[in-house]
Ligand binder design. Structure first.
Ligand code: PEP
Ligand code: MG
Length: 754
């Protein structure tokens, strides 16, 4: 059938001419349907566009009653057109009226047409509309015609995505591309951000869809595939992988790059008259539309791999660099990415970023650590976000609830703007408290310390008025690096940190890696139970080289200054003593090399393994200080993985088992006059912190953002009253149930902000 009228190539060429004509959008659309109908020898060609209210509106037709244009609508799922929109699959029927989904629309006059071929208009796997041809005679549409119509639909997708058709939509009948979407992900970094979408990896815009010369497009495609395969081979052989590039992932890419089915589909798409890049996009759109509706994890993984590879191929074809430069980042940017390495986020101008939305990374990813340190509201695990956005779209990121509002309606935007204003006002109030000493109503001074791990954190020491850094997580430098940091690099970081702290103490914690904290460049040790496995000090003592070089770096950086070092995951006092002897050796070595040791050196034990609860006397005697790692201690007391939502929320830290353990530690520290702090998350939550004060804690270390709210709590608390009430509640407690409601009630009646 195509043969007689020139086939899809001629059609594409005609349509390209129509696209370039200076006519109104409606006139252009009207011409397009005429050309398609003529080329496909169909009596009817119609374009339906999906509206924001989920209805498909007839936007243009050749052959059906013209009066029906902009009047006829169908719901998604209704009729054959609605079915195509819903399934995102083409539908070819010799006798349309026999199909169970067929609905009769009298205003269109379509009853005289027997055969029906419809294809979805897709962009990024999302349906934007439906393109239909119909014939009076009963006929079976061959595969090439279905493919040709799909290719033609790409042109319409571009037209819709460019916003050209929006002018045809009266208010309230917006087309779907601009429809508001409320999406849900997992909270990654606290805060609320309003701004406009910036794609981390700018989408390649395929400007030329129609090929000038098929043969040369085939050659371009083959050359690009060859080059891409070669670059994958090189990456794998050299083993020099960039952030987010893992060997097994690259191996998968290489397999796909040789996948016959994929290559055949690409070649077929070029054969219909598309340019090589348009062919890549078309094949990918179809794959996405098919797989996005599937929920099996392996299929989603597979789709992602295909997406990545298609992207690489597009970059190869267009010569655009793989990661976009963001020199001209606009103000109020919300960065949207599938996944991102931590270093990439640091490359952005922080002052211009309002938020971050990630498709794959969750709260435990390395980029999450950076987002939190930079105070960027962030949400992770948002399915398909990259395909759903258009650069410049308005977006709201709620890093507290995990909500993302794309193109928010005015009422949502207003309420979030209000929320953001309230937060800013609160922040301002906390800021005013910066120089107010943290003293309870009855005159007890409390030390509010800060947790840190990156140099950017240290600017908050001054901003928040924290008295010192109670926990410096040294592993973060290791986690963010693409290879093991050298001793000199570690030393430089510690020295700069001490300089930035400007005389305030920093308690450095030695490497706490293993379990969830994995280093991309270190061989992963397969363990059945990593949280109970080879991590933190256990690894440090078994790999003395690693621990020694870190301690050397710390002692050198602390030359002539006060130095505090503590060890994570100590389970027996013997481990602490061994670690201490390594420090002593290093200190002696430093002297022998004629370097000044730290002016004072304090060594501490983290209490985060329950076995330490029965070694407190000896520990308090031989450690210079102790610090409770309540995140781990609570996880081990309840045998509930701190990162597993299914179990982590079953137990409450505000319960007798945990609080009695906390009290025991505080009592022993007081008995031996051993300085005590707590540096887990509960220290930064006002209600939990109030209870800890009542149990005897006088030093709490927390994230920078928590210092204001906790200080407000301290200032409003009468500690001796709180001590009595907490002691009574604990005495009466039975079982391990949560005491939260009772404790909160007390705080409320006392007017303590928790
Ligand atoms: C803790 O376990 O409470 C702690 C502060 O250490 P991390 O969260 O780094 O394990
Ligand atoms: Mg810990």
């Amino acid at each position: 059938m195509f043969g007689t009228l020139g086939g899809p190539r001629l059609l594409l060429r005609r349509l390209r001419e129509v696209m370039a004509e200076p006519v109104s959008p409606q006139a252009r659309l009207d011409k397009i349907v005429v050309h398609i109908a003529a080329n496909m020898v169909a009596e009817v060609c119609s374009v339906y566009v999906l509206r924001a209210d989920d209805r498909l509106e007839l936007y243009a037709t050749e052959g059906l009653n013209r009066e029906a244009v902009h009047l006829t609508t169908l719901r998604t799922g209704e009729g054959l057109v609605g079915l195509i929109a819903k399934t995102a699959e083409p539908l070819a029927l010799a006798d349309a009226q026999l199909h169970p989904a067929f609905v009769y629309l009298p205003e269109t006059g379509e009853e005289i047409y027997s055969s029906f071929l419809g294809v979805p208009i897709l962009r990024g796997g999302n349906t934007l509309g439906v393109l239909v041809v119909q014939n009076k005679a009963r006929r079976t549409y061959p595969e090439e015609e279905i493919e040709a119509l799909e290719t033609t639909a790409m042109l319409l997708a571009e037209m819709i995505a460019s916003g050209e058709l929006q002018s045809l939509a009266p208010p309230g009948r917006d087309i779907a591309l601009r429809r508001p979407l409320a999406l849900k992900g997992t909270p990654v970094a606290d805060g609320v951000g309003l701004g406009h979408v910036v794609l981390h990896e700018p989408r390649i815009v395929v400007k030329q869809l129609v090929a000038e010369d098929i043969k040369s497009e085939m050659e371009r495609l083959d050359t690009a595939i060859g080059a891409m395969r070669k670059s994958l081979d090189l990456l794998i052989e050299r083993g020099k992988l960039g952030p987010g590039e893992h060997r097994d992932v690259l191996e998968t890419f290489r397999r796909i790059a040789h996948d016959r089915g994929w290559l055949r589909r690409l070649h077929e798409a070029v054969a219909t008259g598309l340019t090589a890049e348009a062919a890549v996009e078309r094949v990918q759109n179809v794959a996405r539309a098919k797989l996005q509706r599937r929920t099996e994890p392996f299929l989603r993984e597979w789709l992602h791999d295909f997406d990545e590879l298609a992207n690489r191929l597009l970059h190869q074809l267009t010569g655009q660099s793989f990661v976009g430069a963001h020199k001209d980042l606009p103000y109020n940017s919300v960065i949207v990415a599938r996944a991102m390495g931590p270093a990439a986020l640091l490359d952005y101008d922080r002052a211009k970023i309002r938020g971050l939305v990630l498709e794959e990374s969750g709260a435990l990813s390395h980029v999450a650590i950076v987002a939190r340190a930079l105070g960027i509201a962030a949400v992770g695990d948002v399915a398909n976000i990259v395909d759903l956005v258009e650069p410049g779209d308005a977006v709201i990121v709620d890093g507290i609830s995990g909500d993302v509002h794309l193109r928010p309606p005015p009422d949502v935007e207003h309420s979030y703007a209000e929320k953001a204003r309230l937060r800013a006002r609160k922040q301002e109030q906390y800021h005013k408290l910066r120089d107010v000493p943290a003293v309870t109503k009855d005159g007890v001074a409390i030390d509010l310390l800060m947790n840190a791990g990156m140099l950017v954190d240290l600017q908050h020491v001054a901003e928040t008025g924290a008295v010192s850094v109670g926990l410096f997580r040294t592993e973060i430098q290791f986690m963010l690096a693409s290879r093991m940091p050298r001793m000199s690099e570690q030393e430089a970081l510690y020295r700069t940190a001490l300089d930035l702290a400007n005389g305030k103490e920093i308690t450095f914690r030695t490497l706490d890696i293993g379990s969830d904290k994995v280093l991309p460049y270190m061989a992963k040790v397969e363990e059945e139970n990593p949280a109970l496995g080879w991590r933190a000090i256990r690894l440090g003592l078994d790999r003395p080289g690693l621990l020694r070089s870190q301690l050397r770096a710390l002692l050198r950086a602390g030359s002539g200054r006060e130095m505090r070092i503590m060890f994570p995951m100590i389970a027996t006092l013997g481990e602490f003593e061994t670690a201490k002897s390594v420090v002593e050796n290093e200190r002696a070595l430093l002297r022998r090399h004629g370097r000044a040791p730290p002016s004072s050196l304090k060594l501490g034990v983290m209490i985060e393994v329950p076995s330490m609860l029965w070694q407190l006397d000896e520990t308090c005697r031989c450690a210079d200080f102790i610090s409770v790692g309540s995140n781990d201690l609570v996880q081990y007391l309840y045998a509930a993985d701190r990162d597993n939502k299914r179990v982590a929320t079953r137990f409450d830290a505000l319960s007798a088992p945990v609080l009695n353990a906390m009290r025991l530690i505080a009592d022993k520290a007081r008995e031996y006059a051993t300085p005590l702090t707590l540096c887990g998350e509960i220290g930064g939550k006002p209600l939990e912190a109030m209870v800890l004060l009542a149990l005897g804690y006088r030093g709490l270390s927390m994230s920078a953002a928590s210092i204001g709210p906790v200080k407000a709590m301290v200032l409003a608390t009468n500690l001796s009253e709180a001590e009595d009430v907490v002691a009574n509640i604990l005495k009466e407690a039975t079982g391990g149930q949560s005491l939260r409601d009772k404790l909160r009630k007390f705080a409320k009646t006392q007017g303590i902000p928790v």
